[in-house]
Every structure is written in C-alpha cells, then in structure tokens.
Write a protein that binds this ligand. Structure first.
Ligand SMILES: Cc1ncc(COP(=O)(O)O)c(C=O)c1O
Length: 399
C-alpha cells in the first residue's frame, strides 16, 4: 500500500521553487520547442529543482571524475528497497534485473525477447503515443484494446483482443501502462490478476511500463504487476526518471518475474552499454534518499489536481476532467468546447499555451488534450486563463 504523504518534513513543495524566468533558461525540449510567449504544459518534464540527494550524488561523481562505464547492482538494490518500503513488495530479485538505457528502449528490448517480426502488440488507447510509434518502428503490429468509458481496463475487450491477436498462430504481447498515461488510472490488484489470467489463457506475454509507479497518490496504492498471482512470466520496466525528473540522466531497469528470468537472460549484453553511469548514480540516489522530496512533490501535485479541477469548473466548465490517482498528467475531454479533433492546436494558436495533442494517443484521443500538472499553481492558473481566452478568441488574435 502506498504511503499517503503529509507535509511534515519541512521539505518545500518543489513545484513552487523555480520562477518562470529560471525555467525559461532551461534548454530541454519543454522550454525550447515553442517561442517564449508560449506557456509550456506539454511534454512530461516537471518544473522542479532536483532533489538534494540527487544533486549531491551527481556533483560528487563529477568532482571525482567518476564518469566511466556503469558497474554493479546499486540501482536494482535501491529500487528493491523503495519497492519494499512504499509498496510492501519484496519481489525484486537483483539477479532478475538488467539495466537498460531508458524505459522506452527497455520496452523495445523486452518486446524483442517475446515477439517476432509482424507479431501483435496489444495496447490500451488512449495511451502514451510512443507505445504506438516504438512498436511500429520495431515492425510489430499495434492492436488496440481501448480503455472503457470509465478510463479503466475493459477486460472483455482485452480478452477479445488477445483472442484475435494470437488467432493467426503468431506470438503476441500486451504492453500495459501502469499507472496509465494519460488518464492517471491506477490498476487494482483485481484488474491486474485478471490481466495475468487472460495473458496465460491466450499465451500473451505481458510487458508492463511502470515508470509512473512512484507517482501514485490516494487510497488505492500502486500494485506492481509482478506482485499479483499468475504474473510470473511478466516483464516490467521501472525507472526514477519521471518521479524525480531525470529524463536527461538516462537509465532504467528491466525486471523479470520468476517465469521470465530465462527470457531476460537472452537480452544481449550490448543493451547494458546504453544507460549512462551518471544516470544510474542519479536514479539510485533518488530511490534511496529521495523519499522526502518525493512526498513533498506528491503533496504539491495533489493540490494542483484539485486546483485544476476548480479552475476548469469555473472558467471552462465544458471540459470534463476526472483527476486520476497517479502521474502528473491531466487528461482533458474538450469535446464539449467544439474545438475539433485537436483542441491543443487551438489552445496553442489562440491562447499561446502548449498542451499535448490528443489524437496521437490513439482511439479515444480525438477531442482531448493532455495537460502537465507539474508546474506552479500560478502557471497552472495562467494556463487555464489562456485556454479560456482561446475558446472565445477569433483565430489570429493574441490573448
Ligand atoms: C508511460 C511512459 N513510459 C515511458 C516514458 C519515457 O521514459 P524514458 O524517457 O525512460 O524512455 C514516459 C515519459 O513520459 C511515459 O510517460
């Protein structure tokens, strides 16, 4: 069960530390893809300073010139400790883990282990667009099993999709996003057990992207897929990169269930050449010593979710927003605004606020936009103001 953070540590809300002026000096894609007059709430980068333990670990390594190739199992050990403390799960066996360059390249490597050319990979749209793109690039076939209208896994649709996916005699995998990007849905133990049972029944291999796992808030709690009965043949990808904003410090972990150890062992050793030593140092420090910072972040994100709901109810009541229990992303159903399939395009052109477009999320993405909540309350408030202006402005006018 995930601990529900309370502001008791004295750690400041990391979402309220940096000014917009400081953030605009950043050179990452969030801040450089659009001109300066655009407020960026799109790609999954957070407007936070790094957790102090991460800064200390990386600067310590730099001072020492410790910038060679990675070695050892510190990352896996730190994740195992985090999993035990936060999720009450002691199922991460270091010998069933492998470092990979990042989560998406890890997904690709896991899919290579359990599927072949042209095989089906089932995904649950609307879902993080690279799930479609990376699978297609790998010459696998994307097969959609859309989420239900409630934003949750639809087990009947999933079963029918699994049945079709293997009907030609080929192999198939299910690429599960847990927690789910963009809806923030946290799958329950019951849902995950049902997934495992269906996967076994149809011979579908489950590869689960659990990158947002540390970012679960609320009573439900995060359930690691590999912790549920029947999931022994699953493969998971985990990383500190989303929860501690470390995407530029490349590293992630692939984790095999007991029944998938032999598969993971077939992963070519060259893959382990991809993650950066500094990335591993940063991720390890975050998982080992970044808990207080994470709790302060989760408290700030929870407040932002409630703030966004209030702001939308007041200024854009036509938008439907169901706050999820995880991630720092908000999935906005903008169909009531009548702005067409890609409302993010309208918000950008007319309101100078950048959200992520819905259609690339696959079925269910049209008429939607994804908003990144990992910003200060002031930025969030200004973003909604601009969106409201965009709704009423004629094309071409500035807010
Ligand atoms: C569900 C999900 N998986 C993977 C990634 C990317 O992770 P990485 O940079 O480690 O490939 C993201 C980034 O936002 C994500 O939301």
């Amino acid at each position: 069960m995930t601990r529900i953070p309370h502001e008791t540590s004295g750690e400041r809300n990391p979402l309220q530390v940096l000014t917009l002026e400081q953030l605009r000096r950043r050179t990452s894609v969030k801040w450089r893809a659009h001109p300066e007059d655009v407020l960026p709430l799109w790609v999954a980068e957070m407007d936070v300073p790094l957790a102090e333990p991460v800064v200390r670990a990386v600067t310590g390594a730099l001072e020492l010139g410790d910038t060679g190739y990675p070695a050892g199992t510190a990352y896996a050990e730190a994740l195992a400790g985090f999993a035990a403390e936060r999720w009450n799960w002691d199922g991460i066996a270091v010998e069933r883990t492998a470092i990979v360059p990042d989560v998406m390249l890890g997904v690709v490597e896991m899919l290579k282990l359990v599927t072949g050319y042209g095989d089906a990979v089932v995904v649950n749209p609307p879902v993080y667009p690279p799930f479609h793109d990376f699978v297609a690039h790998l010459d696998r076939r994307v097969v959609e099993a859309p989420l239900g209208a409630d934003g949750r896994l639809d087990l009947d649709v999933l079963e029918e999709t699994f049945r079709r996916a293997v009907s030609d005699g080929g192999r198939a995998a299910f690429l599960l996003c847990s927690p789910h990007n963009p809806t923030g849905t946290v799958h329950t133990a019951g849902e995950l057990s049902a997934v495992a049972a269906l996967a076994e029944r149809y011979g579908v291999r489950v590869v689960v992207d659990e990158i947002h796992a540390p970012l679960v808030l609320g009573g439900t709690g995060f359930v690691p897929y590999l912790s549920v009965p029947g999931a022994e043949r699953g493969l998971s990808l985990m990383s500190a990169s989303k929860a501690w904003n470390l995407a530029g410090l490349k590293a992630a972990l692939a984790i095999a269930g007991p029944g998938a150890a032999a598969d993971l062992a077939r992963m070519p050793g060259e893959v382990g050449h991809g993650p950066s030593h500094l990335g591993i140092i940063a991720h390890t420090a975050a998982l080992r010593d970044g808990g207080t910072w994470l709790d302060a972040l989760l408290t700030g994100l929870d407040a932002n979710r409630r703030l966004l709901a209030r702001l939308l109810a007041e200024h854009l009541p036509e938008i439907r927003y169901r706050p999820g229990d995880a991630t720092f992303l908000a999935w906005l159903d903008c169909r009531g605004l009548g702005l067409g399939d890609d409302p993010a395009d309208v918000f950008l052109r007319r309101g100078r606020v950048a959200l992520t477009s819905g259609p690339p999320f696959g079925t269910g993405g049209a008429g939607h936009a994804r908003l990144n909540l990992a910003a200060s309350p002031e930025v969030l408030t200004e973003a909604v103001r601009r969106m409201a202006v965009a709704r009423v402005l004629r094309p071409g006018r500035h807010p």
